[in-house]
Structure formats: C-alpha cells, structure tokens
Ligand binder design. Structure first.
Ligand SMILES: Cc1ncc(COP(=O)(O)O)c(C=O)c1O
Length: 412
C-alpha cells in the first residue's frame, strides 16, 4: 500500500522540506518477494548498503535476517553499529589500502578481494584464512554506462583468465577460498546477463578445485522500473530458471553450496521518496521553470545518470497539466530533477514528491553549495517518525570548519 497523500503532507508540514520518506513496510515486502523468488535453503541476501545506509532501514533488514555487502570502513562500522554480526558481512571494496584491509580483518569480516595485487598482499599478511574472490564475469550490462561493472572497460574484479595465477597465490599461502563472487552491474537490462555471469563463475568453481568453497555470490543488479515505459522484471520467473540452473550445478559439483545475492535497488528504491517544496515559478519565454528547495547534491541520479524519477504534485494532484522543468536551488545549469515534464499545475508552496528515491539518492548525497542534506522520516504501519534530523546550515558549518579537525588524528 502506498503512503497516503495526507500523511505525506503532514510529514512535510511537521518536519519541513526537503525530507526523505522511507516506507519500511515496502522494504519488508521487497525482501520477502526476493526471498520467495530464490527459494534456496541456504540463500543469503547481503543488502548492498551503499544503496541506502539509513539506520532504520539497516535495522529493519537485519531483523528480517539479511546480511550486508559493505564497501568502505564507514559502511562496515555503520553495519556493526546497527547490530549486524561480523559473520553477516561481506566486504567488497575496490582499490583499498593495507590499513583498510587490516581494519576489516580486525573486525573478523570476510574480505572479497578483486585484484591479484591485493590478493598477494592479503595472502602475505593473512595466510591460512578464509577469503572470497571477486571475478569480473566479462558480461556487460547495467542501466547506464556508469554502473556497468562487468567487462573489459571497468575496473572491477579479477579476470577469469587469471584464475591459474589466483590458484598459485592461494596454494602458496594456504588461503581458504570460501566464496566466489561476481557483480555484473546495477539495473541489469538483458534478461540473461545474470545467468551468463553465473555460468562463468560456476565454470571456474567446477574446473578449479577450491576445496573450502561454501558459497557463490552473484551480486546485485535487480532492476526496478523508474520510467513510465519500464515494467517490473518478473523475478519470480527468473528465479525459477536461476534456481534450476544452480541446483543442476550443485549436483554436478557434488555438494551443496550457498547462493548469495547482494540486492540494493530492488529492496529500497521504490520505498523512498523525496518531498520538496516549490518556491519559485518562472516563465522563461517558452519554458516554465519550477524552482524547489532541494537540488542535485541531495538527489543526483537525474543529473548523474540521466535517470527518470516520477514526480507527483501532491498539493494539486487534479490540476490541469502543464509542462515544467523541475529544478533545484544549486548554482549549476544541470541542476534539474526533470526536464519538459507534464505535471498537474504547480503553484508556489506546492509539495512535490520525487518517487523511487530510496536507493542511491540520499546515500550519494553531498553538501555542495553548503546546503545540508535533507532529514529522513520513516513510515511503518502508516505511522511516521523521524529517523534522522536535517542539520541546520550553522550545524553543517560547525562540522566542516577547518579548525574542527586535526589532520594528524584522521583515521583514513
Ligand atoms: C559489488 C556490488 N554488489 C551489489 C550492488 C548492488 O547493486 P543494485 O543496487 O543494482 O542491486 C552493487 C552496486 O552496484 C555492487 O557494486
């Protein structure tokens, strides 16, 4: 069930704008759908917390039994502080330092290593320990070039053809490879990409003997519909094919293995929205500009990925439609949430809801132009509560003032 418009208006009134609103019931529903689509006895859903690290969302997913895909020390410590056990977390960072590796190992978290060079350093420092290996599946897919992570043009993963070099490092240092991993991209468009990538990882597992293997991790990338022409992929149907193929693989392999996935978008994107207030309507010859109190640093997907986000005028849903450029308050021409968008008449002080903003929106945010990030409100059982307060501009300045930091104390 959608959050009622009256509740959204109350949230805007009570907590001000811009404010992110997250529907925890929707996240629970998405998690349940995901588990139903992949009914494997040892399925592990490691939520890609890079999508949204809000603590209420993390806690909700933890209570449902999810694990975590973490990609930075910040992710790691946030997950631990929300009660995830180290054994629930896989650490899949890219281009890390030795200090970062040591920090992860000190917490007892499984490292997912994505280069030969890092594997060598890891092996020297931590011989005879369990490790996961991230391979580049050589499959190119994703809903935008910037989020395709497989294939020759990306920086991720160990090349499949380097598996013999991997074996040498493993054997020389007694490493226990407990997992093999791949992540093809975000918002996979081609229906068979995930199956092709799986084939390649399963083939390595079959051809090269990794006696300590306990799971294969096929990453995230499960699409949600953003634009009006996009439909929801039938993951139940796809799950049947994936489960059938994986079960055939484990029979040939000779023993049961866990199947892991790392969905981000699928769990949270549709559960979030950003409420913004219109403060300016401007007619620039043949364009009507609708100025709002947020901007691209607070929701960057339209500017960064040319992403479409549905926008609703919740103050005047039945108004006569007009065409608008929905803009932010940042000093950049590209600061647009939508261009040439037909919406019910927008008036100054109307509240707009920017939909599907639960993944890679707040989490990719910043404070460019020194505007503090929006607050975050959660809704559960149609009841709203504040999850994180918006900083005032003065509080933001207190945080970033140069003399607040002693660089010699910085821990990374
Ligand atoms: C390693 C890894 N796993 C999982 C994900 C989650 O992807 P998505 O949010 O598209 O499911 C990402 C994001 O691109 C990723 O880099």
């Amino acid at each position: 069930m959608e959050i009622a418009t009256s509740l959204l208006k109350n949230i805007a009134r009570k907590y001000g704008t811009p404010t992110y609103v997250y529907d925890l019931d929707r996240i629970k529903h998405q998690y349940q759908l995901f588990c139903e689509a992949f009914p494997w006895p040892t399925l592990r859903v490691c939520y890609a917390m890079k999508a949204n690290y809000n603590h209420s969302i993390l806690t909700t997913l933890k209570n449902l039994g999810a694990g975590i895909d973490a990609v930075s020390p910040g992710d790691l410590h946030m997950a631990l502080s929300c009660g995830f056990n180290p054994s629930d977390i896989i650490y899949t960072a890219n281009n890390i330092t030795d200090a970062e590796m040591d920090e992860v190992m000190a917490e007892g978290v499984l490292m997912n290593i994505d280069s030969l060079s890092r594997l060598e350093r890891y092996a020297k420092k931590y011989p005879n320990t369990p490790v996961c290996l991230r391979f580049n599946p050589g499959v190119v897919d994703g809903e935008h070039d910037k989020i395709k992570t497989g294939g020759d043009l990306t920086k991720f993963g160990i090349l499949l053809e380097d598996v013999d070099k991997v074996k040498t490092i493993i054997c020389n240092n007694g490493l226990k490879v407990t997992g093999l991993h791949e992540h093809t991209g975000s918002g996979l468009i081609k229906p068979d990409s995930i199956l092709t990538a799986m084939e390649r990882i399963m083939s390595i597992a079959t051809r090269k003997n990794f006696p300590d293997l306990t799971f294969l991790d096929f990453g995230g990338g499960f699409k949600v519909p953003y634009g009006p022409d996009e439909t929801q992929v039938d993951y139940k149907q796809m799950g049947i094919r994936i489960m059938e193929r994986f079960s055939r693989f484990t029979r040939t392999y000779g023993r049961q293995l866990g199947i892991w996935f790392e969905p981000g978008k699928y769990l949270t994107a549709q559960a979030g929205q950003l409420l913004v207030k219109v403060n300016t309507i401007k007619h620039n010859r043949n364009r009507t500009i609708c100025g709002t109190d947020s901007g691209f640093p607070q929701l960057i997907r339209p500017m960064f990925y040319d992403a479409h986000h549905t926008i609703k005028n919740i103050s005047n849903p039945k108004g006569k439609p007009f065409v608008y450029d929905i803009c932010g308050n940042i000093c950049e021409t590209g600061d647009l949430f939508a261009k040439d968008r037909s919406l019910p008449e927008i008036r100054e002080n109307d509240i707009l809801s920017i939909k599907d903003a639960g993944a890679y929106c707040y989490a990719m945010g910043g404070t460019y132009n020194l505007r503090p990030m929006p607050g975050e409100v959660i809704v559960e059982n149609q009841k709203a509560s504040l999850s994180r307060k918006r900083l005032t501009s003065r509080q933001l300045i207190d945080l970033i003032r140069r003399e607040s930091f002693d660089i010699t104390d910085a821990d990374d």
